[in-house]
Structure formats: C-alpha cells, structure tokens
Design a protein around this ligand. Structure first.
Ligand SMILES: [Zn+2]
Length: 148
C-alpha cells in the first residue's frame, strides 16, 4: 500500500541522498520531486526553483517546509496551503487528494468505530485515483497520515 504513489512516477531521481537534516530543526527529511514543489510553492517562487534536490520537513513547529542540498529554504508562508503534517490542529488535512481532515476521521471513529473516509481513501488509492505526488506537500501517500 505504501507504494501507491511511486507506481505511476516515471521520474528517476539521481540524487544520492535519500534523507537530509532540516537546517532549521534537524529533523530527518525525505526528498520531494520537482512536480510536488511546483504544485505546492507559491508563484512566482515556483517558477524560480533552482535545479537542486529538495527535501520535505514534516516537523511540528518548524517553519521550513522544503530545503535543498545547496541551502535554499522554502517556509510555510511560501507554500499554497497549510501543511497538515506540521499542524496539530484537530481539523488539519490528512488526505489532500480527497479533502479528508483529521477531525472527520476521528469523528467517524468516535461515532461508528470505523472511518468510512479512510476506507474510501484506501479504495481510491488502490484504483490509483489519488494524486498525492502533487496534492500532498510531502509528495508521499496521504494514507501515511491517517490514525491507525
Ligand atoms: Zn524542520
């Protein structure tokens, strides 16, 4: 299931580093693709991204969203929407593809013991109807963010 978003990715990443420390908070961060950046970063900054490998920092309280090998930094105010991974708000977004919030999932579980929204996302992911590589700031599958 974790490979749902890599199956349709034809981009070959040539960087050697599969993780890097955020220069702001020191958290280990995973690389993101150029398409993710161009969809997430505000204009006109998204038209001026250096040809460098960028990484995504998911740490709460850290204002750095993306940083590059060469030291470029993109902060929370420079991305188009709130980064759910960095938020502790109850209504933070879990699934950017289908607009599912943490609040919705928790309410479903509290009411029925089962999250129909999560089941929907699982199903759509299997059908490859998700768009995590451009919708999710991490570029990774939204299901990772759901409560177990
Ligand atoms: Zn950070």
């Amino acid at each position: 299931m974790g490979s749902c978003c890599s199956s349709n990715s034809v981009e070959v990443r040539t960087d050697a580093r599969q993780a890097a420390q955020c220069p702001c908070c020191g958290t280990s961060a995973k690389p993101v693709g150029k398409a993710t950046l161009m969809h997430q970063v505000v204009a006109p900054l998204n038209q001026q991204l250096p040809p460098d490998t960028f990484f995504f920092c998911s740490a709460h309280g850290c204002e750095t969203v993306y940083f590059s090998n060469a030291g470029a930094v993109i902060k929370t105010a420079q991305v188009r929407s709130e980064v759910g991974q960095k938020s502790t708000k109850s209504d933070r977004v879990l699934c950017y593809c289908f607009d599912v919030s943490h609040f919705r999932v928790m309410r479903e579980i509290a009411t029925t013991g089962f999250s129909t929204s999560k089941a929907f996302v699982v199903e759509q992911t299997k059908l490859k109807n998700c768009a995590c590589d451009t919708r999710n700031p991490s570029g990774k599958c939204c299901l990772k963010e759901f409560p177990k």
